[in-house]
Design a protein around this ligand. Structure first.
Ligand code: G3I
Length: 369
């Protein structure tokens, strides 16, 4: 393309103080600069290096107060995430110290931290069979008193954080892996119709905060069709009876050896409920044989990156209106429940022990639209 239109500008030198030669050079420089910027815009925005900036939905992580108080942890968290879940400090066992008595210290800290850093808070979890306080279990309440006390608890917790906690897991893990109701929990032992009890608890949470999003949370719903069908039946019953439910949280504690296709088809099936979807406790195990001599090889790091990418792409495959958030269950391999529950040699998260971004982080980024 001939550039015959580049006539030198007739700017009186005395005004500009520039020599004629300078003006031409400046003119050519401006042309080139405009062309370069023009080109970049056409090739789409520069690839964002931060998950929170690239994702068109929430990017969360589970944290504890002790870790938030560590500068390196807090910096890495703020730079990549815009949503927070409390790993354990918003559960009954931690909040409900006696009848009518609450320990708000840690939950308040996390909610204030989120407000100061422009983050959303997802409440985890109002009801969980593993988190009823010992004093409550020892009280052996009949169903009426059990429900009245739990109702008062839900009202106290949800109303305290109205407008500051945007969503709650009302109930967590009420189904066993064979799809039947978990029968080792105190709710199962107290109520003839436990699902109806949980449905009423969703209503109590809605009454406490008319705008909060209400979720049911569980693991392996995407891999386990028996459990998934039980959850879908519960959702259908809730809708029929009028118990409010807005979303489903698939925990997604997964591995590099899990079948990505099975996971994706299960997720797509779950999303057919039309509810908001939350990948709520994501981590990706790598040490399949729980080996004491396990080495996190380049090959396994790449498999983990591919797994995070496939999960991000799976999430992106559902309608935008159903995309609530993806939350990792922790931030750094330095602090993960898996070194206790699975094996000390585990590296399931996006940041290494020194808060360096792992291959997994870039895999996650690549999976986002
Ligand atoms: O940090 C305190 C420490 O100061 C104290 O000395 C010690 C002894 O009491 O407790 C420590 O807190 C423990 C915390 O983990 C940190 O290690 C809590 O007691 C313990 O209850 C807590 O366990 C949490 C567990 O849920 C039970 O609430 C795990 O962090 C958390 O990762 C795990 O998360 C669950 C999800 O809620 C539901 N899905 C499965 C997932 C993994 O089990």
């Amino acid at each position: 393309m001939a550039i015959h239109f580049l006539q030198p500008l007739k700017i009186p030198c005395s005004v500009s103080g520039l020599s004629r030669v300078d003006v031409n050079d400046l003119f050519i420089f401006l042309i080139i600069a405009t062309l370069t910027i023009g080109c970049t815009k056409e090739d789409g925005p520069a690839v964002s290096t931060s998950l929170k900036d690239k994702a068109l939905f929430g990017i969360g992580a589970a944290v504890s107060v002790a870790h938030l108080k560590e500068v390196d942890f807090s910096d890495a968290f703020k730079n990549s995430f815009n949503q927070v879940s409390a790993e354990y400090e918003m559960k009954m066992a931690h909040l409900w110290t006696a009848l009518g008595t609450y320990n708000w210290t840690s939950a308040d800290y996390i909610v204030n931290y989120a407000a100061q850093n422009n983050m959303k808070v997802h409440g985890h979890t109002l009801l969980w069979y593993q988190s009823f306080p010992t004093w409550f279990k020892n009280a052996a309440y009949d169903s009426l008193n059990f429900e009245n006390n739990v109702k008062a608890y839900i009202l106290a917790v949800v109303s305290r954080y109205t407008g500051r906690i945007v969503s709650w897991d009302v109930a967590n893990e009420i189904f066993a892996d064979n799809g039947t109701l978990r029968n080792d929990g105190i709710v199962y032992k107290t109520f003839k119709d436990p699902v109806a009890f949980y449905g009423r608890c969703f209503k109590y949470a809605r009454n406490a905060d008319p705008n909060v999003k209400l979720f049911y949370n569980d693991y392996d719903m995407v891999l386990n069709s028996a459990k998934r069908n039980s959850v879908k039946e519960m959702v259908a019953r809730f809708k029929r009876v009028g118990y409010p439910i807005d979303g489903l949280g698939e925990q997604c504690h997964t591995t590099i050896w899990t079948d990505n296709i099975q996971r994706s088809s299960g997720f797509t099936d779950l999303a057919k409920t039309g509810l908001l979807m939350h990948i709520s406790e994501l981590d990706v195990r790598v040490n399949q044989n729980k080996s004491d001599s396990y080495v996190f090889t380049d090959a396994d790091q790449q498999k983990q990156s591919d797994t995070y990418k496939s999960i991000a792409a799976m999430f992106e495959s559902i309608p935008q209106v159903q995309k609530f958030a993806i939350t990792t269950w922790g931030l750094t391999d330095k602090y993960t429940w898996l070194t206790g529950w699975w094996h000390p040699k585990e590296y399931p998260l996006l940041f290494d022990n020194n808060y360096g971004k792992k291959k997994a982080y870039n895999g996650f980024l690549e999976g986002l639209n």
